[in-house]
Design a binder for this molecule. Structure first.
Ligand code: LLP
Length: 429
């Protein structure tokens, strides 16, 4: 459920017309709904309210400070995967003791920052990482709280690029090697084993792979306890899918019922790392039509492009696209390709979609653009990053200013041999 809907023929975000935001902020912009985020968080967290559980919002889905703060204010922790995300989580006010640090390539510098901040746990993904973490921690006179991310070798049945729980993926330690690595961890001076973790993929629409993977990790937790390790936490990762168009992913209640069934009465704190299901459908990308080109195939050329939203180009992902001004009920629909101005044929946000007549300056909204959208945007073709807006009831605020061309150019430097004199003069010399 989300809070983007038509009222009197106009698309609103909560109580604010998207056209009003476009008039004030310009296009393209991402627009997020506080009420939608809050509802998704409360539904998910509510399922585990009777258990010792910590919901760590996966910042990678959308790391805008205002989004992080919205979840933090409701009690969420954070799942971070870089020193940058750690900084964002701390700056947005997430208490360090609710932050878990995942990822296959944590540098020693990032480890030191996280240790100094006093984070809740490191999810370690390899033997060399474990040894490095122990060295960094021991050098500071502390022991890092550690779970080993176990790879359960389960096919999550999602897109190949976002499957993480098979042995040929780069993530985690094969579950049948877990005993060895836990023995190693227990002997390291800078590590303190606190639990086990896993994450098998993203946009899962079926509970079966979860059930197999979670069963394996629960069995493993028992076996590790029998080996004498202190397994007080099980981190089950994220990954619950959302409806982009036609899918029927499990509801949080169905997911929670499965988790309860599999973990039984094991005496462990449960940790979850949801990203997409909290923010995915809480955002839209609003763009303006620049031209409509009709030479047999009809192209609606927008001012948003693959640099703003790369998911369709990268994963063939489906995003619904709707006009901001509702089409008349008897409007004739014709097939269009929604494309951007980037100089690549792959710059298609949606192909072959039924659309009402659209004209230059009309606004459209790309749905489900709250997760893995603004965070994955780039400045390809020297296109500045789009603005981000957060709506709350009848109020809204720009939560990331549109990048300016000055911002964009500011990091470039001319080396000394090019800096002196103008190009034409140099050519003449
Ligand atoms: N925990 C870990 C260790 C992860 O790697 C991820 C996502 C999550 C939690 C959150 O998963 P979620 O609940 O959001 O599914 N860019 C891709 C998705 C990449 C997901 C990466 N890992 C996309 O646009 O579909």
């Amino acid at each position: 459920m989300d809070h983007f809907s038509y009222r009197d023929g106009e698309m609103y975000a909560e109580d604010v017309p998207l056209a009003r935001i476009a008039a004030e902020v310009g296009t393209p912009f991402f627009c997020y709904s506080t009420a939608t985020m809050a509802r998704h968080y409360q539904v998910f967290a509510g399922e585990f309210a009777d258990r010792d559980a910590l919901v760590c919002y996966a910042l990678k889905a959308n790391s805008n400070q205002a989004v992080i703060r919205t979840f933090g204010d409701m009690g969420a922790g954070a799942d971070v995967v870089s020193g940058g995300e750690l900084r964002r989580a701390l700056t947005a006010g997430i208490p360090a003791d609710r932050i878990v640090f995942a990822g296959v390539g944590k540098t020693r510098t990032e480890m030191a920052e996280a240790l100094d901040a006093g984070i809740y746990q490191f999810n370690v993904e390899s033997e060399p990482e474990l040894k490095a973490l122990s060295e960094v921690a021991a050098g500071r006179g502390v022991a890092a709280p550690v779970t080993v991310r176990v790879n359960p070798d389960v096919d999550a049945k999602t897109h190949a690029k976002i499957t993480t729980g098979k042995f040929d993926n780069k993530f985690g330690i094969p579950w049948n090697r877990a005993h060895d690595i836990y023995r190693l961890a227990a002997g390291l001076p800078g590590c303190r084993v606190v639990g086990v973790s896993l994450h098998i993929g993203s946009q899962l629409t079926d509970l079966a792979p979860y059930e197999t993977a979670f069963g394996r990790i629960v069995d493993l937790a028992g076996a590790l306890r029998a080996d004498g390790h202190d397994i007080a936490r099980i981190d089950l990762g994220g990954g619950l899918g959302i409806p982009y168009g036609g899918e029927t992913p499990p509801t949080p209640a169905e997911y929670a019922a499965m988790v309860r069934r599999v973990v039984g009465d094991i005496d462990c704190r449960l940790i979850f790392e949801p990203g997409r299901m909290l923010v995915g459908n809480a955002g839209v990308l609003v763009a303006k039509v620049i031209y409509v080109k009709d030479e047999g195939r009809r192209f609606v050329i927008l001012d948003a492009a693959m640099n703003d939203l790369i998911r369709p180009s990268l994963y063939d992902a489906w995003h619904d696209i709707v006009p901001v001004r509702q089409a008349a009920s008897d409007a004739a629909l014709g097939a269009v390709d929604y494309v951007g101005p980037v100089c690549e044929s792959g710059d298609v946000l949606a192909a072959n979609r039924p659309a009402p007549p659209l004209d230059p300056d009309d606004l459209i909204a790309v749905r489900s653009a709250g997760a893995y959208s603004a965070v994955m945007s780039s400045t390809y073709n020297s296109r500045p990053l789009a603005a981000e807006v957060l709506v709350n009831g009848d109020d809204f605020a720009v939560v990331r200013a549109r990048q300016t061309l000055d911002d964009l150019l500011a990091q470039d430097r001319l080396p000394p041999w090019l800096a002196a004199g103008g190009g034409a003069e140099r050519g003449a010399a």
